[in-house]
Design a protein around this ligand. Structure first.
Ligand SMILES: [Fe+2]
Length: 258
């Protein structure tokens, strides 16, 4: 079993929070997310993006962007005050704003369909600098080592970029070989979480996950947040306006300020 207190966000690139959400809150959020997955939007607002539609392969990962827009229970989960102050405390922040969220619902996996390749979140965020950008992962099911937990490369937040790392590359064995060439003694830490528990990782921490071999789905609510240290990078063309939504707090709520 992982001794969760031994990991430090700055040094290791990830850390674990004590349980913040009760089992009841977590189960309610899970029911709300299941409605969203099935196209039922209680608030009348659509998610930003869907990568799975009802009728698609039930063994592949179900991913939907910004489900907090679609259901008040999910909104309440990610804007919880206690959650916000824990994020601020651990990142040493004066403010915490949620700028993106995702539900990642991973059913029992077949073949490599449950794999998410090694990556840094910052690879996909051309409009942000690296500092002050983090991801919180709220477990909405118990996450065992057989369920394909998120796993972190300890200290990889201090590494140089490694070519060939990609969330969408499901061939993790090939990626492992590349990593070994650069870092022989790397240590992989599984984020084993009970329902309602949370991990945080920095935008520069390499992480991945493999298939879920448990019968039940592995369910995570992913919360991408920025602190007062985050800075936008001006872009041309595609994505240039993406972060303008930071001004709209009904999309990007500020969940802590001091
Ligand atoms: Fe990620």
């Amino acid at each position: 079993m992982v001794n969760k207190k031994t990991y430090c966000l700055n040094k290791d690139g990830f850390c674990f929070l004590p349980k913040i959400f009760s089992n009841k809150e977590s189960l309610l959020a899970r029911e709300a997310l299941w409605d969203i997955i099935n196209g039922k939007y209680e608030t009348g607002r659509k998610p930003e993006n869907r990568f799975w539609q009802p009728g698609d392969d039930p063994y592949s990962i179900i991913k939907i962007d910004k489900p907090h827009l679609c259901n008040q229970v999910v909104w309440n989960l990610i804007t919880n005050k206690d959650f916000g102050s824990h994020l601020a405390q651990n990142t040493n922040a004066k403010s915490v704003q949620v700028w993106h969220s995702q539900v990642v619902w991973k059913p029992h996996s077949k073949n490599k369909k449950g794999n998410a390749g090694w990556h840094r979140d910052s690879q996909y965020w051309p409009f942000w600098t690296y500092d002050g950008l983090f991801t919180a992962w709220i477990a909405l099911s118990n996450v065992s080592n057989k369920s394909g937990p998120v796993r972190f490369l300890r200290g990889s937040n201090h590494w140089k970029n490694i070519d060939g790392m990609d969330f969408f590359n499901q061939n993790i064995n090939d990626q492992n070989k590349i990593i070994k060439k650069h870092h022989k003694n790397q240590k992989i830490v599984d984020a084993l979480l009970k329902i309602g528990e949370i991990s945080i990782h920095t935008s520069q921490t390499y992480h991945s996950s493999i298939g879920n071999k448990e019968k039940n789905p592995r369910i995570g609510m992913v919360v991408h947040f920025c602190t007062d240290k985050a800075k936008r990078i001006p872009l041309e063309g595609e994505n240039s306006n993406y972060l303008d939504q930071l001004k709209d707090h009904s999309i990007a709520p500020i969940i802590y300020k001091r």
